[in-house]
Write a protein of this length. Structure first.
Length: 572
């Protein structure tokens, strides 16, 4: 092979080449480093190792493997019987003969081969995925991988909607969107977004300074709560962590507790005479706190985070009356905690009320010691976060400002991760995602990535039949950990030649190409991870601010020449 040709290929390399030849050249010939770190590979490496160790009896079962426990256990039993080969590097020459890895024309890595019968084997490829995006539900949280048709989510307007469809796993170019409040989300090139004006656009047409609405408050039914939410909020903020005592100087607060149906003890603080630091026990509170596992373990129980709007607002008001403050200069209210997990729950509670909040950390002093403080800040949008008049009066004129939207700051290409999309029956086709309750839209594409799955499985099957001449039938499977998905394909030896011919055409096209022009119509060109438009190298001079159009037709491959026909005489 000459220096201006790519000498080897794999299935993933072939995908890049067929998508954009210039990008393939940058990676394979020029050895230009990808500008984005391959962090997603770490998850896959860990999954592969855990699965292999379990199959070979080197370690026990782990939570990461939970969806494929039965399959892995069966594979481990076959391994004990000597019928499984793990972690192989398969190499093939230009003539499709088995070849050493270093000198191979085609290279594949195989996670496991199980010989069920003398003439039948199963080839397994593990798919370890990056931690999936969190999705809020009426009962708590789920992930895109765990969502099933029929599950309930939230729409942009806060109402509950139903999942009506779910795609297969995809592996497409991905983009990371960062908003002005530090919210980030990763989506693939097919994903759609609803802008502030109601228009729906793909991620490839989003621009800096586009606005995405903040969701409306979650619309949920009233819950039968064991402790009044305002009282619980006060205790979380200013209560003794081992009892039902609360410390607060304001008579208003104690009257609110009495209005909620509670009796309180006399003030037994050391400074009871001056009225500055009152301490009372709320009768019956300690028992309920113990039942909720809150004594010595301050947190917000899940039932409160998914209670009605009025109940969640009362909870927030109790917390804010206790620990909240007002920053008049920035027109924000601030809630601080030295507990990182509790501050995350504060953020969740505030977002569930239709607010746009941020969480930071900083060094502070408490009881003479340096501590890390986690302030959660937001500008009230349609709610009064305090009941206590001396605090509420300070923010009554703030207005909503930018609190009703998030503004896009950056859109950047990131390493591709496995993605899925869903359909929901909300009126505007939106649902909420991430810990920030970010509204997003149904995909605009058809579900599935069946072509990509099928092609990868077909190539594995062809290579297994070439490698094991005695095998007459191969079943190839992709196991998608975290998402409980399995793709499968079975090929008989009599079917091999047509697939072999197809992959030979594509592999030869890649390894004989000498002109690596970019494809100006691919989605990923705008934010190519090799950024040719930033370097000024792209022959088409792609404008990074211009939206790109997707490929609408498959690539045409060169027909078989006489040399190829001669090489394939034994197969055709």
């Amino acid at each position: 092979m000459t220096k201006n040709r790519i000498s080897t290929w794999s299935f993933s390399a072939l995908q890049v080449f067929e998508q954009c030849k210039y990008r393939s050249k940058l990676s394979r010939l020029d050895k230009v480093p990808d500008l984005q770190p391959k962090t997603a590979a770490d998850r896959g490496t860990a999954i592969h190792q855990e699965a292999e160790d379990y199959v070979l009896g080197k370690s026990g079962f782990t939570q990461n493997l939970r969806f494929f426990k039965d399959d892995l256990t069966a594979l481990a039993a076959h391994a004990t019987a000597g019928r499984v080969i793990c972690e192989q590097e398969w190499g093939y020459s230009l003539d499709w003969e088995v070849a050493p890895w270093k000198s191979a024309w085609l290279r594949l890595k195989c996670d496991a081969v199980c010989f069920l019968e003398p003439d039948h084997c199963v080839v397994v490829d593990y798919k370890g995925l990056e931690r999936p995006t969190l999705i809020p539900t009426p009962t708590g949280w789920t992930t895109m991988g765990d969502i099933q048709v029929g599950d309930q989510l939230f729409a942009q307007d806060g109402t509950v909607c139903n999942v009506t469809g779910k795609s297969q796993i995809k592996n497409l170019p991905c983009y990371k969107i960062t908003f002005d409040d530090t919210t980030t989300v990763v989506c693939d090139e097919e994903h759609l977004w609803t802008l502030r004006d109601g228009s729906v656009v793909p991620v490839t047409e989003l621009k800096r300074k586009d606005h995405i609405n903040v969701c409306k408050p979650l619309d949920l039914p009233v819950q039968d709560l064991p402790i009044d939410p305002y009282v619980l909020g006060l205790w979380i903020a200013d209560g003794k962590h081992t009892s039902g005592e609360i410390t607060k100087p304001d008579e208003f607060v104690w009257n609110e507790i009495r209005k909620s149906g509670y009796e309180i003890s006399h003030d037994y603080s050391a400074r009871a005479q001056d009225g500055k630091c009152r301490v009372h026990t709320v009768f019956g509170l300690s028992t309920k706190l113990r039942e909720l596992n809150l004594l010595g373990n301050k947190h917000i129980p899940q039932i409160y985070l998914r209670a009605s709007f009025e109940q969640r607002l009362a909870l927030l008001q109790g917390i804010m009356d206790g620990d909240g403050s007002v920053n008049k200069g920035r027109k924000q209210v601030v809630l601080q905690s030295v507990e990182p997990e509790l501050s995350k729950q504060y953020l969740e509670l505030i977002h569930s009320l239709g607010q746009r909040a941020t969480r930071a950390f900083q060094l502070g002093k408490g009881f003479g010691k340096l501590v890390v403080v986690y302030p959660v800040s937001f500008r009230p949008n349609g709610i009064t976060p305090f009941r206590l008049p001396r605090k509420a009066d300070l923010c009554k004129d703030f207005g909503i400002g930018r609190g009703a939207t998030r503004v896009i700051r950056t859109i950047e290409s990131v390493p591709s991760v496995e993605t899925q999309c869903i359909a929901v029956d909300s009126a505007d086709h939106t649902f909420l995602c991430t810990e920030r309750f970010l509204p997003t839209h149904n995909t605009g594409k058809r579900f599935g990535n069946e072509v990509k799955h099928a092609e990868q499985l077909q190539l594995y099957a062809v290579c297994a039949l070439l490698r094991y001449p005695e095998v007459q039938r191969v079943t190839c499977e992709l196991w998608y950990f975290d998402q409980n998905e399995l793709a499968s394909f079975t090929m008989k030896r009599s079917q091999m030649k047509k697939y072999l011919q197809l992959f030979d055409k594509r592999g030869v096209a890649m390894t004989t190409e000498t002109e690596f022009k970019p494809n100006p119509n691919i989605y990923s060109c705008k934010w190519c991870s090799y950024a040719p438009h930033k370097q000024g190298d792209c022959a088409y001079g792609v404008n990074p601010d211009a939206p790109m159009k997707p490929v609408t037709k498959p690539i045409d491959f060169i027909p078989m020449n006489d040399e190829q026909k001669k090489r394939f005489a034994r197969f055709l």
